[in-house]
Design a protein around this ligand. Structure first.
Ligand code: T4K
Length: 389
């Protein structure tokens, strides 16, 4: 085998293998619809493409949905719409938007530990932190792996508190053959460019609770009544544009094939990388199909020979882009430094060792195999790389 690029060998890829790479199904159709939309001058405010996008999502997930400008505002509007007050339980191992949205809605996040294998909420840790001032739990379907849904539903019900899911990564995920979208009291998806269903910036909330859906519909439009003659409450502006919806409708046509492809690439990674000491891949919940929005694995220094940062650096030299989602965890961020947080050992461990590999439609089986070969080679030369870095 060649020397790894980080030690002066030839990079395995001549152009970067990006972390995210977007494929459109019918770019000409998108451009035609954008052209017509520009000519119509109806760019936003409940236009026909937005309505078509919401209807398509609702049909697919079997639950009412309301599209929003991004998942962060979707979460904020949801917490407001549910009339929550007090503390809200969530993982610290998530993107900061999960907690920021709660704070913007006047709530106090309580960070809870995760499970070391699935990277999702640890139900026993949640149980321990439910006090009378906790009003809700937010589970995050991390990287597209569903939370322990039934256990959390049972727990929330027994405590009389609300249960929401941050499904930012989870479009295209199924659990017991049912699409993610109708679990808990509501779920919030992101359709940001880095996700499986994309509108550029965007997201949507799905819920069987009519009050929540109606309230978010008003809330995304300043809190206006039906004829915009009066603001019934202090809403915000969280509307999705027509151009976003046009891209989203195209993206919807791509999702099925994309999820299948990601499953194939994930299988290649699992088969090859599980043979290398010190690499622990996220365990996908039984009876679930993950979206593999991100492919996350832990790098254990003592077994692999390099830590996560060393592997990231060595892969960068091979022209493979990686990301450390989510590092640091939220309770280590400046924004939350004054937050009372219990000890979160698993979160600390996962967050310090996590690395996400590229997984998308342009990562072919050959590219995935080549990434695995690069990692094998890096492992083989780990001691030399360790000394060189
Ligand atoms: N909850 C969870 C669990 C989340 O992960 C997120 C967002 C949210 C809630 C909130 O959702 P939104 O309010 O955003 O709808 C990105 C995204 O900005 C963020 O949406 C996402 N999670 C988070 C996991 O990742 P960055 O700062 O890491 O992204 P950035 O710009 O560095 O891009 C990552 C990679 O994607 C790069 O390699 C470039 C590539 N990329 C990026 C963009 C924006 C593209 O190829 N095309 C693009 O347009 O935060």
């Amino acid at each position: 085998m060649n020397k790894p690029a980080v030690l002066g060998g030839k990079p395995r890829f001549t152009t970067p293998v990006k972390l995210v790479d977007i494929t459109f199904v019918n770019k000409e159709q998108i451009l035609k619809q954008i052209d017509e939309t520009l000519d119509s001058s109806l760019l936003t405010n409940n236009g026909k493409h937005l309505i078509a996008f919401e209807e398509a999502l609702s049909r697919l997930l079997g639950v009412p949905v309301v599209a929003v400008a991004n998942a962060t505002l979707g979460l904020t509007l949801l917490f407001k719409a549910a009339g929550l007050h007090g503390k809200i339980i969530m993982p610290s191992f998530t993107f900061c938007a999960t907690a920021h949205s709660a704070v913007w809605a006047g709530l106090e996040p309580v960070f809870v530990d995760i499970d070391e294998k699935t990277f999702t909420l640890d139900v026993n840790s949640v149980k321990k932190l439910i006090t009378p001032d906790v009003c809700a739990i937010v589970g995050v379907h991390t990287f597209g792996n569903p939370c322990a849904i039934e256990e959390l539903e049972k727990l929330a019900k027994s405590k009389g508190i609300r249960l929401f899911f941050d499904a930012a990564h989870a479009f295209g995920v199924t659990y017991h053959d049912k699409p993610i979208g109708s679990f808990g009291d509501a779920e919030v998806f992101s359709t940001h460019a880095t996700k499986t269903l994309i509108t550029g910036e965007g997201g949507f909330v799905s819920s069987n609770d009519k009050k929540i859906i109606d309230n978010i519909k008003r809330g995304r439009n300043f809190g206006f009544n039906n004829d915009n003659s009066d603001a019934l409450f202090c809403g915000t502006n969280a509307k999705m544009t027509e151009i976003g919806a046009i891209i989203g409708l195209d993206s919807l046509d791509a999702v099925d094939g994309m999820i299948k492809h990601r499953g194939v690439i994930a299988a290649v990674f699992r088969k090859r990388l599980s043979k290398i000491p010190g690499l622990r891949m996220q365990e996908i919940r039984k009876d679930a199909v993950s979206s593999y929005c991100f492919f996350g694995m832990l790098v254990i220094l003592e077994e692999f020979g390099l830590d996560r940062d060393g592997l990231a650096q060595a892969l960068a030299a091979e022209n493979v882009v990686t990301r450390k989602y989510f590092s640091p965890p939220l309770h280590r961020m400046t924004a939350y430094k004054n937050h009372a947080t219990s000890h979160l050992p698993v979160t600390e461990f996962v967050s310090s060792n996590i690395i996400c590999l590229p997984i998308h439609s342009k990562v072919t089986v050959e590219i995935a195999e080549e990434i695995c070969t690069a990692i094998e080679n890096i492992h083989k030369h780990a001691a030399a790389i360790h000394d060189a870095l």
